[in-house]
Design a protein. Structure first.
Length: 240
């Protein structure tokens, strides 16, 4: 919605357009620091946000979307010219009912050691698990480092000492050339890599997202040599 706003402004159409964002959540983002920053962007751009709205139906022939207001169950119908909708997401059907998974269908692991809650020879990382953090590539990279260390410990018969802290990252693109780089832990506390306030929109973070992160993904994470920015963060904050 932020990029749509920029596009419409550049083409002289913003004053003829209403941008509405409906979300089933009660906040714009789960970490308060970044949520506060995003609300300032939303206010500046004049975007209308409706919280606790769950999409129920899309009537494509009528260009209507039906939402439920979660506070009272009342259904609301929104007309649209263009809509970007994200369907509900959850565990794969093939996982549901597996002895490896919890009742919801997620692989049941210890959130810190990543070892299965029942089977000590099973570990899991990434989107398939019930680890209570955002499902992002950044989270998976950080988990991979913990997984590697703990797998070696198991093979040696040693104690599992590596602990995952819940690190996740969401580069929030707020416009052309602007990004807020959200980084946080299990408790929703900022866990920022750079020695400046990442809650502000920055061009540098935009280029990090646009130019550097694809390289880290394809040539680092996929090849097993990028385990997240912890080392960089430790260097950047060596005085703490």
């Amino acid at each position: 919605m932020y990029l749509v706003d920029d596009y419409l402004r550049l083409n002289g159409l913003r004053d003829k357009t209403t941008i509405t964002y409906n979300t089933p959540l009660g906040v714009i983002f789960g970490v308060k620091k970044y949520a506060d920053s995003l609300m300032k962007v939303i206010d500046r751009k004049g975007i209308k946000v409706n919280f606790k709205r769950k999409i129920l139906e899309v009537r494509g022939d009528k260009k209507e979307a039906v939402f439920e207001f979660l506070d009272n169950g009342v259904q609301e119908v929104y007309k649209y010219d263009m809509m970007h909708a994200v369907p509900p997401m959850g565990p794969l059907d093939v996982m549901k009912g597996s002895p490896l998974c919890d009742q919801q269908g997620w692989v049941d692991v210890n959130k810190e050691t990543l070892q299965h809650a029942k089977y000590s020879n099973v570990f899991a990382i990434g989107d398939c698990t019930n680890i209570p953090t955002s499902r992002t590539a950044a989270a998976c990279a950080a988990q991979a480092a913990v997984l590697r260390q703990n797998l070696f410990s198991v093979m040696k018969g040693a104690e599992l000492t590596a602990k995952y802290d819940g690190y996740a990252s969401c580069p929030l693109i707020t416009g052309y050339g602007k990004t807020i780089l959200a980084e946080f832990d299990f408790d929703g506390k900022p866990l920022e890599t750079f020695p400046f306030d990442q809650g502000k929109e920055r061009r540098s973070m935009y280029h990090l997202k646009k130019d550097a992160m694809p390289q880290l993904y394809w040539y680092g994470l996929i090849r097993g040599v990028w385990n997240g920015p912890k080392l960089v963060r430790d260097i950047m904050h060596f005085w703490k």
